[in-house]
Design a protein around this ligand. Sequence first.
Ligand SMILES: CC(C)(COP(=O)(O)OP(=O)(O)OC[C@H]1O[C@@H](n2cnc3c(N)ncnc32)[C@H](O)[C@@H]1OP(=O)(O)O)[C@@H](O)C(=O)NCCC(=O)NCCS
Length: 279
Amino acid sequence: MSEAHAQTQPEERLEIRPFGPEHMAAALTLSRQVGWPHRKEDWELAMAVSDGVVATQGDRVVGTACCSRFGAVTFYNMIIVDAALRGQGLGRRLMEAVMEPGAGSEMRLTATREGLPLYEKLGFAATHEILQHQGIARTTSPDLPVRDGSVADIGRLAEMDRNASGLERRDLLERIAVQGQVLLADGGFALVREFGRGHVIGPVVAEDAAVARALIAEGARRIAGRFLRIDLPEAAGLSEFVESLVLEHVGGGTAMVRAPGPAVDGDYQTYALVSQALG
Ligand SMILES: CC(C)(COP(=O)(O)OP(=O)(O)OC[C@H]1O[C@@H](n2cnc3c(N)ncnc32)[C@H](O)[C@@H]1OP(=O)(O)O)[C@@H](O)C(=O)NCCC(=O)NCCS
């Protein structure tokens, strides 16, 4: 072998393989590399309700793409390519691999600005904006009564959630309720859990904005003085209210859909997401 060959090893082959528990630590490193706040526990919660693929190069994980099947709708998330390998078609390969089993079903995702062109090329179309708000929550009190619920309520709450979003995600909501708090009002509910740098309120599902505001106010009251995040569909119209709780608008994403099923037209509405990844 020439000296030049000995010094510049040929690039190791990129391979796409199923995401397994052994990839979790490397996936966490990748999400930190792109500045996402996920902790190990947040990846574990996502993967408890998801499948995925990783791209490996030798024994290094250099990309991830996951999907969560919520009944008739599949959500795509945690799509990351190592910064050194972007722009070479790996994102597309990961997406094509993870989308294959969901072919024919409605597909949704929340795109970052970087991901948007890739998803458009894959047939996704923007539906609405998601506004990310966060900050140190201030003490506040709800205008309507809010009481504690428990895991025992989740069957009923999952029905409200499905009515609002078209997503069947009882398993996910149950897992969140086990770890976090369940808030109930007449005409809605909210879940509060630890996530990233602090806590998240979401989902918030309600019959109207007044109920949603009360649920969010009570969630913020419980987290007062600590870091709180909330991701709002722009059209739900609570951005100004959430800013009044000193939760600043810091960015967000674009909700996208491919092969949409029948429009969701329920009595309930989603006022805040579980997360940008899980809808
Ligand atoms: C988004 C991301 C996964 C894309 O990965 P990637 O490996 O760079 O993407 P690819 O090289 O496969 O590009 C896919 C396609 O999008 C196109 N594309 C990528 N960036 C583009 C841009 N800024 N403008 C126009 N087209 C763009 C490419 O030309 C390519 O098109 P082609 O397949 O027709 O040639 C990667 O940028 C990333 O990890 N970003 C940080 C994390 C993130 O934001 N993830 C998205 C979460 S929703």
